[in-house]
Design a protein around this ligand. Structure first.
Ligand code: DQA
Length: 149
């Protein structure tokens, strides 16, 4: 019998994204992540969505190692670590799951230090500046990718 969920995806959020809905709401929106998770789980009933957030680089790497060999896809918003972390980029390279880099804001239209990303190269796609709609684009890409496996 086929399992009910046919795609198992992970959303991984880096530092300060635990403050969604509180932090700089003009940039990152007014709702906490739970609001979006509920909406996505309703919109994609065939997808098992797991969410993980940490403010710690090593914890993010440990989680990538933990899920990155079984997941059907990872949506990674490494937040500020995007611009600094060779270690997270190496972890993305080390695992077998496809990873999409995502940013809520348009990082290329912001301060210069946000223009460089260590994650673009090891990720299969980058989505930036589309707010939470961008996450839906990432879901669609990973569902499509999983159906052609
Ligand atoms: C972010 C953009 C990063 O530059 C920033 O450090 C974040 C969030 C985004 O989703 O727009 O914390 O990744």
């Amino acid at each position: 019998m086929l399992p009910y969920y046919h795609t198992h995806l992970h959303i991984i959020h880096g530092p300060n994204l635990n403050l969604l809905g509180i932090r700089e709401s003009d940039i990152y929106g007014e709702y906490p992540i739970e609001y979006y998770l509920d909406a996505w789980r309703l919109a994609y009933p065939q997808v098992w969505i797991e969410y993980y957030q940490s403010n710690h680089e090593g914890a993010l790497i440990d989680y990538l190692h933990k899920v990155g060999f079984d997941s059907d896809g990872i949506i990674l918003n490494a937040a500020a670590y995007t611009h600094t972390s060779i270690a997270i980029a190496d972890a993305v390279k080390a695992i077998s799951a496809p990873v999409i880099e995502i940013h809520i804001s348009d990082v290329d239209a912001r301060e210069k230090f946000r223009h460089h990303s260590y994650l673009t190269e090891p990720c299969i796609a980058t989505i930036s500046g589309k707010g939470f709609e961008g996450y839906k684009e990432a879901f669609e890409l990973l569902i499509q990718n999983n159906s052609t496996k």
